[in-house]
Design a protein around this ligand. Structure first.
Ligand code: PRX
Length: 635
C-alpha cells in the first residue's frame, strides 16, 4: 500500500523515510494505485541534475483529463466538481457537476480541434476567473495541446512577449472581466498585444461582460456559438508521461520571463498526492483556493490537484474587498467551505479591517487553513489562526514555486504540529538542503542558508521553453548537482524550516513574483530616464513594495518630478501590468556601483527600508560618496 493518505505523525516519518530511501518504489506505488494509465511506465525515474534531465514514469501513457474527469463519472457523475462564485454577489453561483464538466471540456476540445489545434500546439489562455478558464486548461489537455495561461492582469506587452516566446497559434479570451466595482476590457488588451504576434491565427472570445468589442474578420470568433454546435464527447489524446502539459511564465532576475515547462505524468501524481495530504481532503468537502488560475497555485490547486482527487473546488471571480471586506467570509459561510487556501497579502489586508467583517459570518465549516506565496508574518499568522480558524483549524504554511509544480515544505494538518511563520517539514519525497555561500551543505539543525533540493520529485518543471541552457544556469549551476530555489531558509532546533525570502533579484510583491530587470528595462524606456534600479522594501500589507532609484538624463526641475513619477508608473503598467507599479520613486544623480559596474543593491535596499545605520563595506564602490547623497534625499 502506498500510504496515499497520511493520518499520523509517525506515519509521516515512516512514509517519508520510505520515499527517500526507495523513491522509485514509493512513487511507483502511488502512481499505480491511484491513477488511470493507458500504458504503464518502463522506468519510474531517470535523472541527472548536471545536464539537467529528469524523467518520471517514462514509457507510460495517459491523459490527465481522464484522471481528472472521466474516471469519476461512474461514482461522482452528479457530484459538483466546480463551484463558480461570481464577482457580483447578486449573481447566482454555478455548480458544475463532473458530468457537466466532462461535456463542457469535450465541447471546447472539439472546438479547438475544429480550429486546427493539434497535439503539441501552444494555446494561450487569457481569461478572468470564470468557469471557461478551468475548462480551457482541461480542453487543451484533452487534445494534447500545451496551454500557456497568462494572468489577466498582465498588460498587452507582457501578453505579446509571452505569446511569441512559446509561439502560440490560438488565444482564448473574453470580452471583458469584472474585478470588484471595475470592469476591464480584456479583448482590447488582446487586440493591442496581437499587433505584435503574427503567429496567432485565431482568437476565441467568451462573452462575460457584454461590452462592445472589435472582432477582427477571419481571426476572432465568439466561442459560444461554436460550443453550441460541438459534440459533447471527445476521445482523449493519448500522451506520453513526459509530454508537456503546460507552460507557465515566471519572472527571473534577468530580462525575459521564463516559460516553465511542466509535463504530464509526474505533475499529475505530485499535485494530486500533495493536494490530498496537505488539505486532508475527504469526500464531500468543499475546497477553496483564492488564487488566480493565472498563477501556478491555481493550476495545481484549483484545477489539477483537486479534480484528480474527485474534489469539489470553488473558484471566485472577484476580490476580497468587494462589495466589502466580508466577501471571503460570506463565501465561506454560503458554500460551507472546509479548506481555505489564500496568500499572506490577503490575510494582512483582511486583518486590518474591522473584526466584525469576519465575525458576522459562520466560519464553523472550516477545517484547514492554508497560506502560500510569501512568508507569513507572526501577526498575520495569529489573526488567521484566532479569528478565522478559532484555534481549531491548523494553518498549513506551504512553501513551493512555479518551478516545483506542487507543495514542497509544509505541515500536514492534524499530523505536523504547526509553528507560526514556519513551513515546518519537507513533504513526502522532498530532500531539502541548506547551503552556505561557498557551496558547502550546512548539516544539522539551527543553521541558515540557501534552500536547495537534492533529489528530483515528480512535479518539478523539466525545462524552460526554448532555453534549456537558461534552465540549467538558473537552477542547477549555483550548487552543482542540486536544484537551487533562489530562496533563503533556516532550520530550527527541531528541524523545522522557515523561509526567509528571496536571495536573488526577484521581489515578491503581494505574492507576485517580480524580477527587477524587466521593471528597470521598462522605466529606462522613458525618454527622460538615463538609468534606474529597483529594490523591495517592507510593506504592511503587500509584504514588499517597490522602491525605484532613477537617474534622469537632465536633472530637471523638482516640480516636474511628480509628473515623471506618474509617467514612469504608466510605462510600467503598459509593459508589465499594474502589479509592478512603484510605491516610491527617488530621483538621484548616481547609483552605488562596484568597479565592475554592478549596482550594489544591498545599499539601496537598506536606504529603501529606512535602515540608515551601518552601510557595510563600501570600499569596493567606485563612487562611495553617492551613498550619503542618496541617503540624504531618501523618501
Ligand atoms: O520566495 C518564495 C515565495 O514565492 C516564491 C515562488 O513564487 P511563485 O513561483 O510565484 O509561486 C508562488 C506560489 C507557489 C518562492 O520562491 N513563497 C512561496 N510560498 C512561500 C514563499 N515564501 C515563504 N513562505 C511560503 N509559504
Amino acid at each position: 500500500m502506498s500510504n496515499y493518505h497520511i493520518k499520523h505523525l509517525e506515519e509521516y516519518y515512516q512514509v517519508y523515510r520510505k520515499s527517500v530511501r526507495e523513491p522509485e518504489n514509493f512513487w511507483g506505488e502511488v502512481a499505480e494505485e491511484h491513477f488511470m494509465w493507458r500504458k504503464k511506465w518502463d522506468n519510474v525515474l531517470s535523472w541527472d541534475f548536471n545536464t539537467p534531465e529528469v524523467k518520471w514514469f517514462q514509457g507510460a501513457q495517459l491523459n490527465i483529463t481522464e484522471n481528472c474527469i472521466d474516471r469519476h463519472l461512474l461514482t461522482r457523475g452528479d457530484k459538483t466538481a466546480l463551484i463558480f462564485e461570481p464577482n457580483n454577489p447578486e449573481e447566482a453561483a454555478q455548480h458544475i457537476t463532473y458530468r457537466q464538466l466532462h461535456a463542457r471540456v469535450c465541447q471546447l476540445a472539439n472546438v479547438l480541434k475544429d480550429q486546427g489545434v493539434k497535439k503539441g500546439d501552444r494555446v494561450c489562455i487569457y481569461l478572468p476567473m470564470i468557469p471557461e478558464l478551468s475548462i480551457a486548461l482541461l480542453a487543451c489537455a484533452r487534445i494534447g495541446a500545451i496551454h500557456s495561461v497568462i494572468f489577466a492582469g498582465f498588460s498587452s506587452t507582457a501578453l505579446s512577449t509571452r505569446i511569441n516566446d512559446s509561439d502560440c497559434k490560438l488565444v482564448i479570451t473574453s470580452d471583458g472581466s469584472y474585478r470588484g466595482s471595475k470592469s476591464i476590457d480584456l479583448k482590447a488588451i488582446v487586440d493591442e498585444g496581437l499587433e505584435d504576434c503574427p503567429g496567432v491565427k485565431t482568437v476565441l472570445v467568451v462573452k462575460r461582460t457584454n461590452t462592445a468589442v472589435a472582432m477582427k474578420e477571419g481571426r476572432d470568433k465568439w466561442l459560444q456559438p461554436l460550443l453550441d454546435k460541438a459534440y459533447q464527447d471527445c476521445v482523449p489524446e493519448i500522451m506520453n508521461a513526459e509530454d508537456p502539459l503546460f507552460i507557465l511564465y515566471t519572472s527571473g532576475s534577468t530580462g525575459k520571463p521564463k516559460g516553465m515547462v511542466h509535463t504530464t505524468g509526474g505533475y499529475m501524481v505530485y499535485t494530486a498526492y500533495t493536494f490530498k495530504n496537505v488539505f486532508q481532503y475527504t469526500e464531500n468537502d468543499v475546497y477553496w483556493c483564492t488564487a488566480d488560475i493565472g498563477w501556478i497555485t491555481g493550476h495545481s490547486y484549483i484545477v489539477y490537484g483537486p479534480l484528480a482527487n474527485g474534489a469539489t473546488t470553488l473558484m471566485f471571480e472577484g476580490v476580497p474587498s468587494y462589495p466589502d471586506y466580508s466577501r471571503f467570509w460570506e463565501i465561506v459561510e454560503k458554500h460551507k467551505v472546509n479548506q481555505f487556501y489564500t496568500a499572506p497579502t490577503a490575510i494582512r489586508a483582511l486583518a486590518k479591517q474591522n473584526i466584525s467583517f469576519a465575525e458576522k459570518h459562520d466560519l464553523s465549516s472550516l477545517k484547514v487553513l492554508g497560506s502560500v506565496g510569501e512568508p507569513i508574518n507572526e501577526e498575520a499568522w495569529h489573526w488567521y489562526n484566532d479569528v478565522i480558524g478559532k484555534k481549531k483549524s491548523p494553518i498549513v504554511d506551504t512553501w513551493w514555486q512555479t518551478e516545483t509544480g506542487g507543495i514542497m515544505i509544509t505541515p500536514i494538518p492534524f499530523v505536523t504540529p504547526t509553528k507560526p511563520t514556519y513551513a515546518t517539514l519537507p513533504f513526502i519525497g522532498i530532500q531539502p538542503a541548506l547551503m552556505d555561500e561557498k557551496g558547502i551543505e550546512l548539516k544539522g539543525n539551527q543553521v541558515e542558508g540557501r534552500l536547495c533540493i537534492k533529489f528530483p520529485w515528480p512535479g518539478m518543471a523539466r525545462t524552460i521553453w526554448g532555453n534549456h541552457e537558461r534552465y540549467k544556469d538558473t537552477y542547477f549551476s549555483a550548487f552543482p548537482g542540486m536544484y537551487f530555489s533562489g530562496d533563503g531558509a533556516l532550520r530550527d532546533e527541531v528541524g523545522y524550516y522557515r523561509i526567509t525570502g528571496r536571495v536573488d533579484d526577484v521581489i515578491i510583491v503581494s505574492g507576485h513574483n517580480l524580477g527587477t530587470a524587466p521593471i528597470e528595462d521598462a522605466i529606462n524606456e522613458h525618454p527622460a530616464v538615463a538609468e534606474s534600479a529597483i529594490v523591495g522594501f517592507p510593506h504592511d500589507i503587500k509584504g514588499n513594495a517597490l522602491y525605484g532609484f532613477v537617474i534622469l538624463k537632465e536633472s530637471g526641475e523638482s516640480r516636474m518630478h511628480d509628473n515623471l513619477r506618474k509617467e514612469i508608473n504608466q510605462i510600467i503598467t503598459e509593459h508589465i501590468g499594474p502589479i509592478a507599479k512603484l510605491d516610491k520613486i527617488q530621483f538621484t544623480s548616481g547609483l552605488p556601483k562596484t568597479r565592475s559596474g554592478k549596482i550594489m543593491r544591498r545599499i539601496l535596499r537598506k536606504i529603501a527600508s529606512k535602515d540608515m545605520s551601518n552601510m557595510g563595506d563600501t570600499s569596493t564602490l567606485l563612487n562611495p560618496e553617492i551613498v550619503d547623497v542618496i541617503k540624504d534625499s531618501a523618501l
